[in-house]
Design a binder for this molecule. Structure first.
Ligand code: NAD
Ligand code: ZN
Ligand code: ZN
Length: 343
């Protein structure tokens, strides 16, 4: 099979042996592999700092069609269209038994890694997934499905943890793969007034199409603009999909009393927390990926037409170019590789 592998220094298009499903595993023909900004963080790490062995096939957002079954697999059949629930946990700790493998405290120590983030992932013609990690995705477009497993799932999960009553104001910072999904999830599941922030006009146009009521460019005037539009009260929630020093500072300066700050972006920003640092009653959340039930909910929102990922499609060989585009901030919505396209 053809695959895009990360060597520790570079991405390379390689020919690898077709994987063979072991007990409990399913072989998928990959029909969509989303490119996440987190992959750029993984690739920027020094080779010796990776918690998993290299080289690795990246791609932790996956949709596919079942083509082969390992021993003992009985709940899916060849030909089924599926989505991969990415998080991997130990399966028996309190988080895992609640269906929140995304918060398993043992997985890393036990060497249990998600496909694309430790095990070989979706940037390939074929991939292995444990049967129990599959969700039915029939009736959904495959490139959409792939992006829903992280850009959709993570943003849905982050939104679901906000304490939002009626008539609230939410700021979404960073209208990329995750941010443009978050706006749609907020629009579909809350009555909040939605404010979008990004660094380019194109992203703000997408934000508007995704349901934002107001849009602002990041910059020196942003904090004053947000204070003004909330009559000095501040906002009820900030979802930060960047996590830089500048964005977490903005979050701290615009959050109102009893507000929620959700730091989703994997940046190097640090947010000082303390009784004199933030308004009273503020909580800070550090959500990660999503629960199994969240994925089912996200797929349901997409089936209902309430969540539509804006997809830029690439071939497998174009994956390195697509990552460069993502690094440059030039992808609108989510870049998704379609490995079924012949090149
Ligand atoms: P993306 O590159 O698609 O989107 C980032 C967006 O932020 C872009 O539109 C960019 O223009 C904008 N941006 C950059 N600097 C900005 C600034 N100073 N102010 C406002 N906007 C700014 O990235 P993505 O794939 O959507 O991921 C978003 C972040 O979430 C990344 O840091 C990623 O690593 C992280 N992430 C976290 C989780 C989690 O579980 N916590 C899961 C997936 C991704
Ligand atoms: Zn991701
Ligand atoms: Zn666990």
């Amino acid at each position: 099979m053809r695959a895009v592998r990360f060597s520790g220094h570079a991405l390379e298009l390689v020919e690898l042996p077709d994987p063979i499903p072991g007990p409990g595993q399913v072989l998928l023909r990959v029909t969509g592999a989303g490119l996440c900004h987190s992959d750029l963080t993984v690739m920027a790490r020094p080779a010796e700092a990776h918690p998993f062995p290299l080289p690795i096939v990246l791609g932790h957002e996956a949709a596919g069609v079942v083509v082969d079954l390992g021993e003992g697999v009985g709940r899916v059949a060849v030909g089924d269209q599926v989505a991969s629930y990415g998080p991997r946990g130990c399966g028996i700790c309190p988080s895992c038994v609640r269906g929140a493998e995304n918060y398993c405290p043992h997985s890393r120590r036990l060497g249990i890694f998600p496909p694309g983030l430790g095990a070989d992932g979706a940037l390939a013609e074929l991939m292995l997934v444990d049967e129990r990690q599959l969700a039915p995705a029939d009736g959904l477009e495959p490139l959409q499905t792939a992006a829903l497993t992280d850009a959709g799932l993570t943003s849905y999960h982050a939104v679901s943890r906000l304490r939002l009553g009626a008539d609230r104001t939410v700021v979404v910072i960073g209208i990329g793969g995750l941010g443009h999904c978050a706006l749609q999830v907020l629009r579909a599941t809350t009555t909040a007034r939605l404010i979008a922030v990004d660094v380019t006009k194109e992203k703000l146009e997408l934000a508007q199409a995704c349901g934002a009521d107001e849009c602002y460019l990041a910059g020196d005037e942003l904090v004053d603009q947000l204070r003004e539009t909330t009559r000095g009260l501040g906002v009820d929630a900030v979802l930060d999909f960047v996590g830089s020093d500048a964005t977490v500072r903005t979050a701290a300066e615009v959050i109102g009393v009893n507000g929620n700050i959700s730091l989703v972006g994997v940046g190097t920003g640090r947010l000082p927390v303390g009784i004199h640092a933030l308004p009273l009653g503020v909580t800070v959340d550090l959500p990660f990926w999503g629960r199994r039930q969240d994925l089912a909910d996200v797929l349901a929102l997409a089936r209902r037409g309430d969540l539509k990922v804006h997809v830029e499609e690439f071939t497998l060989a174009q994956a390195p170019t697509a990552y460069e585009k993502l690094r440059a901030g030039a992808v609108l919505g989510r870049a998704v590789v379609n490995p079924t396209v012949a090149e």
